[in-house]
Write a protein that binds this ligand. Structure first.
Ligand SMILES: *Cc1c(COP(=O)(O)O)cnc(C)c1O
Length: 377
């Protein structure tokens, strides 16, 4: 059996080695290392793939979130609502911009932000909602957009984990995750569904005026060379990363299908088990990009199970072990434990298994057999 890994970047690379190496070599030869033709090509390719009017490449997914918020002219003290159960980058940029983070609970079936919880914390100071499509499952965007419209709020999708996933509205319209809110961010960190070989990120929007602003902000607030109209940042996707992404973008749907197929095999093996909750696909199969395959382990010692898996050479991880409202940096007297019942429970139950494009049946069977055997004794 091939060695088990949470993410098999080498196995994936080996299959595209010749094309990807040639695309990198081309950048080395033409020396347009920053803002070269590969970056512009990637921008166009991604706009077409996502069906959004504007893609603004930048240096990483955290910058993408920050720049999106800067572009919306959010002011210190404005309240921004996001999920308590997510990677810290989401709340970090809110705090960095001196906006006021308002963390809310999530849904136990999807791990995504609870629309009811959002509704309960909206105040006259609320300016934006940041849904995170956690683990690859698109959040309840139809209800979130309706709520945002009702209260005149911006919606910033954190799409770092769900690139390629789709969302189907009640009337049958389908949109790609990241093309639904007013603006969205993503990350091309190597382990993400569309990963480059270093850091990378992008912002998406269908709003022409906002896109114009964002393109200036990523480049020191310049709209005309050496004229700095707004305070900006330096956040660029380099040409080598863009070349890698141009090679991998045409494979994204195939990659996401391989993840979905692995997820279905895991879930079939665990079906009906009293101590295991398998991840829900809310909507059609393409609504979940399976960035992570995350179980909930009930009535069993999750930490002992983790140790057993590690002893057997099966990597696994807890995403995420601590709710954001309990992190030193983001704790606040305004929070009440009763408002985070689901997140507080999820952090005790979740267990993410290896999930990537190269998992084979033998590996999946070994992983599921090992877990089922442990839980049966
Ligand atoms: C990875 C990730 C980010 C940050 O992306 P970087 O490129 O690592 O800065 C932000 N939000 C979520 C939900 C992520 O998973």
């Amino acid at each position: 059996m091939k060695k088990l890994q949470m993410v098999d970047l080498k196995g994936q690379y080996d299959k595209i080695k010749d094309t990807v190496n040639a695309s990198i070599q081309e950048v080395l030869d033409n020396t347009a290392y920053v803002n070269g033709p590969e970056v512009h090509k990637f921008q166009k390719n991604l706009e077409e793939y996502l069906g959004v009017k504007h893609v603004i490449p930048c240096a990483n997914g955290t910058d993408a979130l920050q720049i999106a918020m800067m572009g919306l002219d959010l002011k210190p003290g404005d309240e921004v609502i996001t999920a308590d159960f997510t990677f810290a980058a989401t709340v970090e940029v809110i705090a960095l911009l001196q906006l006021t983070p308002v963390l809310v609970d999530v849904e136990p079936d999807t791990f995504n932000i609870s629309v009811e919880a959002i509704r309960n914390v909206i105040t006259p100071k609320t300016k934006a909602i940041v849904p995170v499509h956690l683990f690859g499952q698109v959040a309840d965007m139809e209800d979130i957009m309706a709520l945002a419209e009702e209260h005149n709020l911006y919606v910033i999708e954190d799409n770092a984990q769900a690139i390629g996933a789709s969302y189907t509205f009640a009337d049958g319209t389908k949109k790609k995750a990241g093309g639904i809110g007013h603006v969205a961010s993503t990350s091309f960190f190597p382990s993400k569904n569309l990963g480059c070989y270093g850091d990378g990120g992008a912002i998406f929007t269908n709003d022409d005026e906002l896109a114009y602003k964002l393109r200036g902000i990523v480049n020191h607030g310049m709209y005309e060379r050496y004229h700095h109209d707004v305070v900006g940042v330096n956040s660029r996707l380099d040409s080598v990363q863009a070349a890698v992404l141009n090679t991998k973008l045409p494979l994204l749907d195939e990659y996401n299908k391989a993840r979905l197929a692995a997820a279905h095999k895991y879930s079939a093996a665990f079906a009906g088990h009293a101590d295991i909750v398998t991840p829900l696909i809310k909507g059609t199969d393409d609504s979940h990009a399976f960035h992570q395959y995350t179980l909930r382990i009930l009535n069993a010692d999750r930490n002992a199970l983790m140790k057993h898996l590690q002893d057997k050479g099966i990597p696994c991880a807890i995403y995420y072990p601590i709710p954001l409202h309990s992190q030193k940096a983001y704790a606040d007297a305004k929070y009440n434990e009763d408002d985070f019942v689901v997140t507080n429970q999820m952090v005790k139950e979740v267990l993410s298994l290896p999930m990537h494009t190269e998992l084979d049946d033998e590996q999946i069977k070994f992983i599921t057999d090992t877990i089922l055997e442990f839980l049966s004794v």
